[in-house]
Design a protein around this ligand. Structure first.
Ligand code: GCU
Length: 827
């Protein structure tokens, strides 16, 4: 079906509606976009609507900027004031807030009025979104944003790489400079405008001072020019030590007059290129970055220096990141806790920040984990305003090679009641500014789109970006409704398509939490290396403070006031009391706040360790259903996207088993408590590679041991000759799915063939690094471990299974085990 869909137009595909539906659309004679400026978002809106109507409805309409009162049934796009200026009646338009809009389709004409030009563009995208979903219902309503600040951050480096980016290279920078061709930047601005994002910080928070050389400042001006027609303003992340490193000053001390003068001068220059600059994002005294503390000053001194440089130029903001912590923390001190850092560093400065400083707070106190309680800093600010920071790239959530729809996770944060000063204090009401009477606050998210046509590396990952924009506007939006809208716009209106993608999406975060880290223990990925595959042991024994404190007897961080790090006490009284006690802490955050024995019984009645075992089995079993569910869409969506997603879901299903076994085996070895259901370490359908008859293969120990089925794998002994591994199949004759667990590392693309007797049943290459874009590893570990399955293989008792592996480069055709699975069994 259909032509190649590469994902570039994401949810703005404007696919034609079925002809009968097209006919029921009430036609309009003209689009009147009330602005004569070609760079105005209203002009953009006019063109967008013309294009959308042509494609969705197969109708051609002219656009004009001049208002003729007698135009029959027009579509009018403007601001409330520009409409009033041409004599439009505005008495029925409800009062709008900044960026809000009014849309009415009642009667003959359509009226889309923004409080400002950006709002009018948002209203136009809204109208197009309902048309594209075949919804011509007559409506009249106004809508306003919950968050005034609705930004995104991109962690793009000037050399073109993207920190924690899993979708290609930067489309802003290359070789230390701003790219000449900024086509993708404009396309991205269009996508962001359609979800009502009003700001973008274009470079990595780990910033480089050469961003501020003359050529790059001019380049930033070009980026801003591309984005302005979409109502999107740009900001930049700054390197704190730029005065020393770029300016040649002896210090970057924020109270030094020469340093302040240097920043004032840089800021003025920047405003010449970007007159509507959003402001600066600052990561300082964090993960090795210099900052005001380096110079014996307070964080407020640092933030205010930037704030005062911005002040004379207008409404520029300093987004000062609260992600300040010591990453050389001593784990032997049971009182040490990275989760305490934000409150310790910022709370006492509450009255010290200038009015145009906003503190940017990650949603949890550690780092975008699969589950965290709300960052307590959000309950400790009164005067200082804040934005919350989410992450759309899935750094700790499968890096877009796993499907994880995160809107339900974000909702657990936004709907949480912090009970500040004993009063209702939903996080979403703090962020809207209502609860603490903040003049400016809201949202930002790290997106890290790249130049891959899919933007995020996986078509299904885009629902996260879409839902993020919707939640900034209306944090009460329903995750199900959002993913349904997104699916209709992205994949079409077919009910099976919508239902299937919604189901997979809604099951995906619980599944991922199931097979990664449970009960608030965090994601359990390799935090020292790529943050991708399982490595529960990597969480402890280092200074990063993402500790689990797992030993033979128990696990979890004691964060209580009574006996632990005191973190529970950083929350307002009622919440603190809840987290202080095991009995009142919800199971899903138990190990975040408490250190308990493995045999501790949860509210569910299960022990902690049995919960781990079961959750890992249930989570990975859910992931096994994703490729099967997806098969139902084969003829209902285009082949290109069907195959793209099918490939990833199969990979995810296999990797979820790697996760399951690694985590379960790790804790099983730690505590020695067997799985009540006797699954962990007991894999009756597996043939371990190291027990096979080997020729040209040798046995190696895998470290840590839980990264292989029995701690061992095999690798070829030479790159010149193939290795073979053989075994007799002692299973009853029948039809089996044959799964092979192997390691796909960086540094080579091995070849494999698998035979039953001399019958070839499959062949593959260790070339996932060419197909998937998560961070790869050079080692035999939880990142490289993977599984390929050959379904429906006829096997007779006594048959011989043989794998032939040919090494390539530094990848020695490594194998872990072969599973011969009867129908319905996954192991
Ligand atoms: C995480 C991430 C880093 C990033 C940092 C930040 O630690 O792994 O790559 O720089 O967050 O948010 O500043």
């Amino acid at each position: 079906m259909g032509s190649i869909e590469d994902g570039l137009s994401a949810w703005l595909r404007y696919a034609p509606l079925p002809a009968d539906l097209q006919k029921s659309y009430k036609s309009h004679s003209k689009i009147i976009a009330l602005s004569s400026s070609k760079t105005s978002p209203i002009h953009t809106a006019g063109k967008e609507l013309q294009d959308g109507i042509r494609r969705i409805l197969n109708q051609e309409i002219d656009v004009t900027s001049s208002f003729q009162p007698d135009t029959p049934s027009p579509i009018i796009i403007g601001t409330v004031s520009s409409y009033a200026a041409v004599g439009g009646k505005i008495q029925d338009v409800p009062e709008l807030k900044e960026d809000g809009f009014f849309l009415t389709t009642k009667g003959e004409s359509v009226l889309i009025l923004g409080e400002n030009e950006r709002g009018a563009l948002y209203g136009t995208f809204e109208y197009l979104s309902v048309l594209a979903q075949g919804n011509f219902e007559e409506v009249a309503y106004a809508t306003n944003p919950s968050g005034k600040i609705r930004w995104v951050n991109e962690w793009d480096n000037l050399d073109g790489s993207i920190e924690r980016g899993y979708a290609g290279k930067s489309f802003f920078f290359k070789d230390g400079k701003v790219l000449q061709d900024l086509t993708r930047a404009a396309q991205y601005a269009r996508l962001l405008a359609s979800i009502r994002i009003n700001g973008i910080v274009v470079n990595n928070v780990n910033a480089h001072c050469s961003l501020l050389n003359d050529e790059n400042m001019a380049g930033l001006g070009r980026i801003a020019d591309k984005m302005r027609p979409f109502g999107l303003r740009i900001g930049v992340a700054l390197y704190f030590d730029s005065p020393r490193e770029l300016g040649g000053l002896p210090t970057s001390d924020p109270l030094d007059p020469a340093v302040r003068a240097w920043w004032n001068d840089i800021t003025s220059k920047l405003y010449k290129h970007v007159p509507d600059l959003l402001g600066f994002t600052i990561k300082a005294n964090s993960e090795g970055q210099p900052g005001p503390l380096t110079y014996g000053r307070t964080l407020a001194d640092g933030a205010n220096m930037f704030a005062r440089a911005l002040k004379p130029h207008g409404d520029g903001l300093v987004m000062y990141r609260a992600f300040v912590y010591n990453h050389h923390l001593d784990e032997s001190d049971l009182k040490n806790d990275r989760a305490n850092a934000a409150v310790e560093y910022f709370a006492h400065l509450d009255a010290e920040f200038d009015e145009n400083v906003i503190v940017q707070v990650k949603f949890g106190a550690i780092d975008f984990q699969v589950r965290e309680p709300v960052n307590p800093l959000l309950a400790n600010l009164r005067k200082t305003k804040a934005v919350i920071e989410f992450q759309i790239c899935q750094e700790y959530m499968g890096q877009q090679s796993h499907v994880v729809y995160m809107a339900p996770l974000w909702k657990t944060i936004l709907d949480f009641d912090l009970r500040i000063d004993g009063k209702p204090s939903l996080v979403r009401d703090v962020l809207s500014g209502e609860r603490l009477h903040w003049s400016k606050s809201g949202y930002t998210a790290v997106v890290n789109v790249g130049n891959d046509t899919t933007w995020l590396g996986n078509h299904l990952a885009m629902s996260n970006l879409y839902a993020y924009g919707r939640l900034c506007w209306n944090p009460q939006a329903d995750p199900v409704a959002m993913v349904q809208d997104w699916t209709r716009l992205t994949f079409g209106l077919n009910k099976t398509v919508v239902d299937t993608i919604t189901k997979i999406s809604m099951e995906s975060w619980p599944a991922y939490e199931g097979y990664s880290g449970n009960l608030g223990i965090q994601t359990l990925c390799d935090i020292i290396y790529t943050h991708y595959g399982p490595s529960p042991g990597s969480m402890d024994g280092n200074g990063w403070g993402q500790w689990t404190r797992a030993d033979a007897n128990g696990l979890g961080m004691d964060r209580t006031v009574a006996t632990g790090t005191g973190n529970a006490g950083q929350y307002p009284e009622e919440v603190a009391a809840m987290y202080e006690h095991i009995e009142t802490t919800p199971d899903d955050l138990l190990l975040w706040f408490h250190h308990v024995p493995y045999s501790h019984r949860l509210k569910s009645g299960k022990t902690v360790i049995q919960h781990f075992y079961d959750a890992h089995y249930v989570g990975s079993a859910t992931a096994q259903t994703f490729p099967t569910q997806w098969q139902a869409l084969r003829s209902l969506i285009d082949d290109h996207r069907f195959e793209h997603v099918a490939f990833r879901l199969k990979y995810q299903a296999g990797h979820s088993i790697v996760w399951r076994d690694a985590v379960n085996r790790f804790y099983n070895a730690k505590c020695g408590i067997p799985d009540e259901k006797n699954r962990v370490g007991n894999y009756k359908w597996r043939i371990e590679a190291h027990t096979m008859e080997l020729d040209g293969y040798k046995v190696v120990d895998v470290k840590p041991a839980e990264m292989a089925s029995q701690g061992k794998a095999i690798v070829t002994t030479s790159n010149d000759a193939p290795g073979t591994a053989k075994a007799v199949l002692e299973y009853p004759s029948g039809t089996y799915d044959v799964a092979v667990n192997y390691y796909d590392q960086m540094g080579g693309r091995s070849n494999y063939e698998i035979f039953i007797n001399d019958r070839l049943i499959g062949s593959w290459k260790g070339d996932l690094e060419d197909k998937l874009q998560h961070d790869f590893s050079e080692l035999l570990d939880g990142h490289s471990a993977t599984r390929i399955t050959f379904p429906g293989v006829r096997i007779k008792k006594g048959d011989i299974v043989k794998v032939v592996g040919r090494a390539d480069g530094n990848e020695f055709a490594p194998l872990d085990y072969i599973s011969t699975l009867p129908e319905g069994v996954v192991d």
